[in-house]
Ligand binder design. Sequence first.
Ligand code: NAD
Length: 343
Amino acid sequence: MARVRVGVNGFGTIGKRVALALEKQPDMELVGVVKRKPDYIAMLAAKKGFPIYSPTVKEAEAFEKAGFRVAGTLEDLLSRVDVVVDATPNGQGAENKKIYEKFGVKMVFQGGEKPGVAEASFSTLCNYEETVGRQSLRVVSCNTTALLRLICTLDKAFGVERVRAVIVRRAADPREVKKGPINAILLNPPRLPSHHAVDVKTVLPGLDIVTAAVVVPTTLMHLHHVTLKLKTAVKAVDVLEALKIAPRIIVVSSEETGIKSTAEIIEAARQFRPMNDVPELVIFEESVAVEGGEVMLFQAVHQESIVVPENVDAVRAVTGLAATTEDTLKITDKTLGLRKTLW
Ligand code: NAD
């Protein structure tokens, strides 16, 4: 079977990880990546042998001066692919859409774009099958992807009636040296709900959900405290059982492993995982409690990598490469090495 040809526009935090993941898919061919500047991140593309394209001819000259081979411009790449994954900064994807449409390619956007950029917002565990064959999809943000993985897992097992979540956001990605705050806890925003609840509803429109968010001076991971009212009476042990067998979720016991912080999750990942990425959602086992008919828990989210498997699935959805959630999970999770432990 001919492989689907994919290009990645924007080779930053998300784009480089998505490109590395697409390269591992047996049913996809990574045709090239668009990079704007010939910096140390471009070196990764060169070392991996990914053909490098530049947004326009002007940027190509800087690459050639720096000793990089350039395969062409964004438009050249678009003429050679079936799907483009846009991983450019917030808002740039909507600008790029006009060029993508000119070439008639299928499109996958990121959560930094407004929902209207694509025909549907996307979360593998919640709406894969409804989105098969769409022209464009938007993979929701890292925090929303995490919330939706949890909500749809528990909804499938017990039914979810209501969700309340407090989101403690990392201030910046590790390489972003100019962002803050460096000594504050910032209400984000002061008025409720935060945009995360709104974003969850782009996938689950009928859900009763309210989120509040703060930003803290850390770069490693986000942390959520989530309270869910389920449609079925459960004990903590039932919830844990459902989470332990669910795809893309790791349940970590603080008592058994000593891991009780985002720093220790990332330290474990440094020992066992390439680029210390944790694309699985990490739930702290002992934090799972049931009180007054509500389930409560803490979960940690590796913002740099959690959306990567969903991007791969979104490519499968727009191209119809897999008809069911199960089919795409099977390929993506195996090729990306997703598992039930951090080791
Ligand atoms: P980033 O700044 O790390 O990477 C963006 C890349 O695009 C950079 O390399 C930049 O030079 C390049 N670029 C800028 N303008 C370009 C253009 N016109 N053409 C081609 N390339 C261009 O950003 P990121 O963190 O990877 O975010 C990308 C998208 O993913 C955003 O929508 C963001 O909201 C979303 N997202 C980010 C995270 C995260 O934690 N970083 C998590 C989930 C989703």
